[in-house]
Design a protein around this ligand. Structure first.
Ligand code: ACM
Length: 574
């Protein structure tokens, strides 16, 4: 019987294992949906308990460890690594390129002999483990509420099954803005675990912003002494109804960054750091005013924003938006940025360094004599040409160090840097234009991939606004019709973005993330065909998994009002 994720209605409870009867699972619900799932003619289940051994080469031990840690955390018992002896079932994990030919693909077979995972690569084997995790029975709501765990020797049962699976795209990303609100190292690790559990493989770490510089740079200690903290934050929607008058912030030491990069690498996730330039630079300028074209001017405060503390000189921003005080394209700034990048590169093995490039107002460059002279001297057309000059200089520097840049789609304006990859966020047009110019592209259009948007028309928490329901995320195809054919190969994949102006806690972060991230994982991994009913069927189990993980999630998809007409705004604060 061959089927694509059809419900496996047989209960996994076995009378003899009464201790785990509450851990019944109704169906196979794997996210992202595998390419091919086959159930055997004769259904059966395999017990995994504390005596089960995982057999894996040294290079795959992290996958085995991830599985054991997951079992321990959520089911109360772990399994050990060791060589299989006798006929007792075991879990064997291997890499076999001759058997599994798709890049980072895997096969997973569960039969009476045990669990057999073969990867095309160590990453592929890890993805096999993720599918195995999703075959574990998920406790029902009542059991979850009681906190009951199965007995270690009774263990849990997984169904006999055969899966053949591989990703559609090489770049499967999730972004996190730690500038608007700071997230701690354990929180960032939790976020990385969510990425891993969805077979995604890039963590775009947005490390610098107007409201906070978040990474230690030893040569410029004021970046974190000054730039990592703000004296207050607006209350409510921009421009705010007041200010919380609370100093807040934080930063990651280089040691902590190394810890995060290693943690992610253990999960086959590459961390792509973003150091924003030339805009979104208020925090860096607060630390080093000479990076501005107008070092002696006070930081501009948007009309209507209530400010906390000192209003003179350069300040870290306390409100949201786009600010005119950007990096001046001076030699001083380029030396500074190269020094910063010199400390960034050894921390991040990623081929890509994201250099921002978005939302850079040109007001200060227009009124700066220095900038106008530079435009003339370099034969540039205008301030957009100056931005292009800026990005190209940084690209050249990073290329000389063996790295490549990613920039937001504004880097198209004034001329694209020769080797740049474009992250298309203002719709797909930037991505389409870049791919047609033979540049690689990562799709992250706000209309499908901005997970800070509201997911309900009757959202009762504060969000940035917009409306991005689950079904729309689920419907996303990262290759737009305009790129069918040759340019399609330039679409490396897609990414979900989580901007945190209105996300100040892990609980809120998860609420914005789930279940939409689960839908996005299918857009980047699964075949392009869609089946919304099937997705919704599987989603019921996924909601129990969120509960198992202790993660909050929005239930808007179950609220008929959530897709209703847009409510009339009362008073209009945004
Ligand atoms: C962006 O949302 N400004 C890339």
């Amino acid at each position: 019987m061959k089927l694509l994720q059809s419900p496996f209605k047989k209960t996994l409870c076995i009378a003899a294992l009464a201790a785990i009867s509450c851990f019944a699972s109704a169906q196979v619900s794997i996210f992202p949906k595998p390419v091919e799932t086959t159930m055997p003619q004769t259904a059966g289940t395999l017990v995994i308990n504390s005596k089960t051994l995982i057999s894996a080469d040294a290079a795959l031990k992290n996958s085995g460890q991830f599985f054991s840690d997951y079992l321990k955390k959520y089911y109360g018992f772990g399994v050990s690594m060791g060589k299989k002896t006798g006929s007792a079932p075991a879990i064997d994990i291997s890499v076999d390129k001759s058997k599994v030919t798709h890049t980072d693909g895997y096969t997973l077979l569960i039969d009476k002999g045990g669990v057999h995972i073969s990867g095309n690569s160590p990453a592929g084997a890890f993805y096999g483990i993720q599918s195995l995790i999703q075959l574990l029975p998920v406790p029902d709501s009542a059991s979850l509420a009681s906190g009951r765990k199965p007995a270690a020797d009774a263990g849990v049962s997984v169904p006999y099954i055969s899966i053949n699976d591989y990703p559609r795209f090489a770049y499967r990303g999730m972004h996190l803005d730690v500038g608007r609100h700071f997230f701690t190292i354990p929180e960032v690790k939790k976020y990385i675990d969510y990425i891993a559990l969805h077979k995604m493989n890039r963590f775009h770490w947005h490390l610098t912003e107007d409201q906070g510089w978040r990474i230690e740079i030893k040569k410029y200690p004021k970046l974190t002494q000054v730039g990592a903290y703000r004296n207050g934050t607006i209350i409510g929607h921009f421009p705010g109804t007041g200010n919380d008058n609370t100093r807040s912030g934080g930063f990651y030491t280089q040691q902590q960054v190394k810890e995060i990069v290693a943690y992610a690498a253990d999960r086959y996730i590459t961390v792509v750091p973003e150091i924003e330039m030339p805009g979104h630079a208020s925090a860096a300028i607060a630390a080093y005013p000479e990076l501005s074209c107008f070092p002696n001017e006070n930081t501009k405060r948007p009309r209507g924003t209530v400010w906390s503390g000192d209003t003179t000189g350069k300040q870290v921003q306390q409100t949201w938006g786009v600010f005119p005080d950007v990096f001046c394209p001076s030699e001083k700034t380029f030396s500074f940025l190269q020094d910063v990048l010199d400390e960034i590169l050894p921390l991040f093995p990623s081929k890509y360094i994201h250099i921002g490039g978005d939302e850079c107002p040109k007001d200060n460059w227009k009124r700066s004599e220095f900038c106008q002279q530079l435009i003339k001297e370099k034969g540039l057309k205008d301030e957009h040409g100056l931005q292009s000059y800026f990005i190209q200089r940084i690209e050249k520097y990073l290329n000389s160090k063996g790295r490549s840049i990613i920039g937001w789609d504004e880097i198209l304006e004034g001329g694209l840097a020769p080797n740049a990859t474009v992250m298309s966020w203002r719709g797909e047009q930037g991505g389409i234009a870049a791919a047609k110019e033979n540049h690689d592209v990562i799709m992250t259009p706000s209309s499908y991939a901005y997970l800070d948007y509201s997911q309900s028309r009757v959202e009762d928490s504060l969000t940035i606004g917009g409306f991005l329901p689950l079904q729309k995320v689920y419907s996303y195809n990262p290759v737009p019709p305009a790129l069918a054919g040759e340019p399609e190969k330039h679409v490396l994949g897609a990414q979900g973005n989580l901007w945190t102006e209105y996300i100040a806690s892990m609980r809120k972060l998860e609420y914005q993330l789930f279940p939409r991230m689960t839908a996005l994982s299918e857009a980047v991994w699964s075949p392009a065909s869609k089946d919304w009913d099937n997705f919704q069927d599987r989603l019921r189990t996924q909601f129990l998994r969120y509960q198992l993980w202790g993660a909050s999630a929005s239930r808007a998809v179950y609220d008929p009002r959530s897709n209703g007409p847009a409510p009339q705004r009362q008073g209009g604060t945004q």
